[in-house]
Design a protein. Structure first.
Length: 252
């Protein structure tokens, strides 16, 4: 439902939303239309990804057709699947992601993946920024096999606008279900997001080669390069966001 973006624009002002794009929307669209496929690797996850919502609202129509990979349980949860469905959700299985990359045309042949998933949600902290990334290499393997490139994207503000209860039964249930059902709060200790600044930072395509049968060394090499790019994007841009100036990034 891309027409909804027009009515959601007040969200951009509420969060004082900004973007840093090392590859412009126009160049990304041209590359995709020429046959290049992309995995847009989003981090961190956050309780609710308001930064990615803002990027969808602010994007040209061609980019709003990119699907976002999510846990299958979300696709079968009543109401939630319908509300979140406006962002083009699809199953996060490796088979489905590979199918989109191999058979999709233009921007419809690209996909957004939240690399850290729900495991990353429970690492949120006011004092530091922690990503769940060291063991998440499957997206690199899929990219190498399919000939897709990887574009790292950092979502500043996703971990500051809402706080999350990280212990107890609901937290354990969230981890098992791979979706957030734990208690969270923001303004006035209510489930309302704080009006912290949001900054969407899109890096350059990393230049992954097409390796139909990648070795473990191939995967580790490009995963390490991805981690380096994430660190660079974070350190070069954190000063632009007040809530992040004092935060050091850790990759777990």
């Amino acid at each position: 439902m891309p027409w909804l973006a027009h009515y959601m624009k007040p969200m951009l002002d509420y969060f004082d939303y900004e973007e840093v794009l090392e590859i412009s929307n126009e160049d990304a669209i041209k590359l995709a239309n020429s046959g290049q496929k992309f995995i847009l690797a989003f981090q961190p996850h956050g309780v609710i990804s308001f930064c990615s919502f803002c990027s969808w609202i602010n994007a040209p129509p061609e980019l709003r057709c990119i699907k976002t990979a999510v846990a299958s349980v979300l696709l079968s949860t009543p109401i939630l699947k319908n509300v979140m469905g406006i962002y083009g959700l699809t199953a996060a299985s490796s088979g489905n992601i590979s199918n989109i990359l191999n058979k999709g045309v233009g921007m419809k042949g690209c996909i957004v993946i939240y690399i850290g998933g729900i495991a990353e949600l429970f690492k949120t902290c006011n004092e530091e920024e922690r990503l769940y990334l060291q063991k998440r290499k499957g997206f690199i393997k899929i990219a190498l096999r399919s000939g897709a490139d990887v574009i790292p994207v950092y979502l500043f503000g996703n971990t500051s606008v809402l706080s999350v209860l990280k212990t107890g039964f609901l937290a354990s249930l969230s981890r098992k279900m791979q979706m957030s059902v734990t208690y969270f709060w923001g303004k006035w200790f209510l489930p309302l997001p704080r009006d912290d600044k949001l900054l969407y930072v899109r890096g350059k395509p990393m230049g992954l080669p097409h390796i139909p049968d990648p070795t473990e060394d191939d995967i580790n090499k490009w995963h390490a390069k991805y981690c380096d790019e994430v660190r660079r994007l974070y350190n070069e841009n954190k000063e632009k966001v007040p809530a992040y100036k004092h935060k050091k990034l850790f990759i777990d």
